[in-house]
Structure formats: C-alpha cells, structure tokens
Ligand binder design. Structure first.
Ligand code: HEC
Ligand code: HEC
Ligand code: HEC
Ligand code: HEC
Ligand code: HEC
Length: 109
C-alpha cells in the first residue's frame, strides 16, 4: 500500500528516535488482530555512547531509504548501511555535515 513510514514510525521526522507502532495502529486495518506479532531482533542500533538523531537528518533532507534501503521491496529488513563510525563520518564528509567528535559523542564519558 506504500503507506507513509511515519504512519507507523510516528516520530521519525520529529524526534531523535523513529519509534514503533502500537497494536492500535494495526487494528485500524486488522480489527481482528489481538496482539502484536513478536518483535524480531533490532537491525539498526547504535551503541549507547553514540548520539543519533532522526529529526536532524530529516531536516537535512536525508531520506529514509538512504540509510534503510527500499524497505517495501524487502521480505526481511536487512542492514543497508552499517552504523559504524567510518560509515557515519564518510557521509558527513561527503555532505559537508559536521564531524566534530562531540556531535556524536558526549565528551568526558
Ligand atoms: C492502512 C491499513 C493497514 C495497517 C495500518 C496495517 N496493515 Fe497489515 N495489511 C494491510 C493490507 C491491505 C494487507 C494485505 C492483505 C492481503 O494481502 O490479504 C496487510 C497484510 C498484513 C500481513 C500479511 C498477512 C498475510 O496473510 O500475509 C501482516 C502480517 C500484517 N499486515 C501485519 C500488520 C501489522 C503488525 C500492523 C501494525 C504494525 C499492520 N499490519 C498495519 C493493511 C494494513
Ligand atoms: C504498518 C506499519 C509500518 C510501516 C508503514 C512501516 N513500518 Fe517499519 N516497522 C514496523 C514494525 C512493526 C517494525 C518492527 C518489526 C520487527 O521488529 O519485527 C518495523 C521495523 C522497521 C525498521 C527496523 C528497525 C530495527 O532496528 O530493527 C526500520 C529501519 C523500518 N521499520 C523502516 C521503515 C521505513 C523506512 C518505512 C517506510 C518506507 C517503514 N518502516 C514503514 C512497522 C511499519
Ligand atoms: C542518516 C541515516 C538514517 C536516516 C536518514 C533514517 N534513519 Fe532510521 N535509523 C538510523 C540509525 C543509525 C538507527 C539506529 C538508532 C539508534 O540505535 O538509536 C535507526 C533506527 C530506526 C528505527 C528503529 C527504531 C528507533 O526508534 O530508532 C526505525 C523504525 C527507523 N530508523 C525508521 C526510519 C524512518 C521511517 C526514516 C525516514 C523518515 C529513517 N529511519 C531515516 C539511521 C537513519
Ligand atoms: C547519508 C548521509 C548521512 C549518514 C549515513 C549519517 N549522517 Fe548524520 N547527518 C547528515 C547530514 C546531512 C546532517 C545535517 C548536517 C548539519 O546539521 O550540519 C547530519 C546531522 C547529524 C547530527 C546532528 C548534528 C548537529 O549539528 O546537531 C548527528 C548527531 C548525526 N548526524 C549523527 C550521525 C550518526 C551517529 C550517524 C551514523 C550512525 C550518521 N549521522 C549518519 C548525513 C548523514
Ligand atoms: C558522525 C558521527 C561520529 C563522529 C563525528 C565521530 N564518531 Fe566516534 N563513533 C561513531 C559511531 C557510530 C561509533 C560506534 C562504532 C561501532 O559501533 O562500530 C563510534 C565509536 C567511537 C569510538 C569507540 C571505538 C571502538 O572501537 O569502540 C571512539 C573512541 C570514537 N568513536 C572517537 C571519536 C573521536 C575522537 C571523534 C572525533 C575525531 C569521533 N569519534 C567522531 C560516530 C561518530
């Protein structure tokens, strides 16, 4: 149905984290569904000493597919782009975004 990503990941353009939908979201179209399917293991996850912010990337017009691939063509979502420092910094250099250490890391930790 090519639903907007933000129909389910409500804060992917407006907060640091994209978020996941609750059961109520599914029930608007699947009223018979009584519980959410079990969540699979996370595919994208930065370590806890790294800051990532969806809103800032959205404001900079970096679209979901650049980092997550063409989700609607995949049966199983897979890692499109690694969440390593090398990969983050490579794009930041390419797009002339900041590479100051304290943007992605809180200093003194
Ligand atoms: C805007 C409407 C809509 C929403 C919201 C929605 N779905 Fe669906 N879903 C559909 C439609 C339409 C299909 C295709 C049904 C078909 O092919 O018979 C589908 C198919 C599915 C299927 C495949 C079923 C099968 O038999 O292959 C699953 C699983 C599913 N949805 C889970 C979910 C979950 C979990 C949520 C909430 C996170 C959700 N859906 C939210 C409309 C929706
Ligand atoms: C109908 C609701 C729905 C829509 C629309 C939707 N997603 Fe999702 N998405 C989910 C659910 C539910 C999960 C968790 C699945 C699981 O863990 O098994 C998920 C997982 C993901 C993940 C994996 C996160 C992780 O670290 O494991 C990414 C990335 C993602 N979605 C991106 C997108 C993008 C990009 C779009 C738009 C092209 C989109 N989603 C549209 C419901 C949706
Ligand atoms: C610049 C790369 C990039 C872009 C653009 C991006 N994401 Fe992400 N996404 C990530 C990273 C990195 C993570 C892991 C974040 C973490 O662990 O806190 C992630 C995590 C997620 C998750 C897991 C849940 C969560 O709250 O973190 C979902 C769902 C998701 N992204 C959906 C989206 C959607 C939808 C869009 C477009 C509106 C989008 N992403 C745009 C890189 C990106
Ligand atoms: C595809 C390109 C791309 C990738 C990949 C990417 N970024 Fe970015 N990032 C940008 C752009 C463009 C901006 C906005 C530039 C600006 O605000 O100066 C940005 C902004 C940010 C900001 C906000 C900067 C500020 O000044 O507040 C943080 C934090 C950030 N990125 C962290 C990350 C991390 C961590 C990763 C890897 C997990 C990552 N980014 C991957 C392109 C990317
Ligand atoms: C655009 C975001 C970004 C910027 C800018 C950045 N880092 Fe990182 N850094 C990361 C990510 C993401 C990781 C986690 C790598 C992983 O999980 O493999 C990381 C990991 C690290 C680690 C841990 C390495 C390890 O092997 O565990 C150190 C130390 C580090 N960064 C230092 C720095 C320093 C110093 C700077 C400035 C010169 C810097 N970082 C700038 C994103 C960034």
């Amino acid at each position: 149905m090519k639903m907007k990503c933000t129909a389910c990941h409500a804060t992917a353009e407006s907060a640091a984290q994209a978020g996941f939908p609750g059961l109520g979201k599914c029930q608007t179209c699947h009223p018979e569904m009584s519980s959410l399917p079990a969540r699979s293991a996370r595919v994208y996850r930065v370590k806890d000493f790294v800051f990532f912010n969806h809103q800032r990337h959205s404001e900079a017009k970096v679209v979901c597919a650049t980092c997550h691939g063409e989700v609607y063509t995949m049966d199983t979502l897979k890692l499109e782009r690694p969440v390593t420092m090398v990969a983050c910094v490579a794009c930041h250099k390419e797009q002339k975004a900041t590479i100051a250490c304290n943007v992605c890391h809180e200093l003194g930790q």
